[in-house]
Design a protein around this ligand. Structure first.
Ligand SMILES: [Zn+2]
Length: 253
């Protein structure tokens, strides 16, 4: 069954991206005076890099709300123009698909909601630059130094939460991209004792952590929503780095 799903994932990964303008030349009359325009590269069909998968094609129950495709993020601007889906390395996407299965078994109706997956290095750089008012030691807790790369740059990290059967995100006691200490998994027990996190919020975070752990994902100590698929060294050894959005797609011809 899993074998079949992996094969289906691979087939879907070959689907075309960015096709448009396909009909523009169809109705051309021979008498039409042509105002010739230079060939437009952006109309070329694009394929996803074969290392990557759209995670929703691996498990259609996983939901996405990519915060950097809109201005609803800590920078207040749209950071992705071509990325419309949550792309991950193939094996990482397949592990996340199993996490969704595990979550459904424990809580029927609950689904993973992805805020960010593959993030090119140039976007990472933009985020890094935007946080230049923070002390270096604080800055690296929130955004990986682009010089050292982030696992997001290789499609091996995911920012995500859980939604309930009504599609409402579970209360985690802090929002995605909240840089305050209340978002730190390492401080959860202390915040629970002080009452700043409720037992329910603590349980919701534990659920996310436990289902992700079941497939070997590692939570960042400073962000309840961020999980790495492996160590930085393993990722650098095994995976391609994506520097810009253009690197994510390859021309078909
Ligand atoms: Zn992240």
């Amino acid at each position: 069954m899993m074998q079949l799903r992996i094969s289906i994932c691979f087939l879907f990964s070959l689907v075309l991206f960015g096709c448009h303008d396909a009909t523009s030349d169809h109705a051309k009359s021979p008498l039409t005076i042509e105002h010739k325009k230079p060939a437009q590269n952006h109309s070329q069909p694009l394929l996803l890099n074969p290392d990557l998968l759209d995670v929703q094609l691996c498990n259609a129950e996983i939901q996405i709300e990519l915060r950097y495709t809109t201005a609803a993020n800590f920078l207040g601007e749209i950071l992705y123009t071509k990325i419309k889906k949550a792309y991950l390395q193939k094996d990482v996407a397949e592990r996340l698909a199993k996490v969704q299965d595990q979550l459904k078994q424990r809580h029927p109706g609950y689904k993973l909601l992805i805020y960010d997956a593959l993030r090119p290095v140039d976007v990472q750089q933009k985020m890094w630059d935007a946080l230049d008012t923070l002390a270096f030691s604080e800055r690296v807790k929130f955004v990986s130094n682009p010089k050292n790369l982030s696992l997001h740059n290789m499609g091996a990290a995911i920012d995500l939460t859980i939604i309930d059967a009504e599609g409402k995100p579970l209360d985690m006691g802090a929002d995605f991209d909240d840089i305050r200490k209340i978002a730190y998994p390492t401080h959860e027990s202390a915040f629970l004792r002080s009452g700043e996190l409720t037992a329910k919020q603590y349980a919701n975070r534990s659920l996310l952590r436990n289902v992700m752990k079941s497939q070997g994902f590692r939570q960042l100590p400073t962000e309840w929503w961020h999980f790495n698929a492996c160590s930085r060294e393993e990722a650098k050894k095994n995976y391609t780095v994506f520097y810009t959005e253009n690197d994510i797609f390859v021309n078909r011809f």
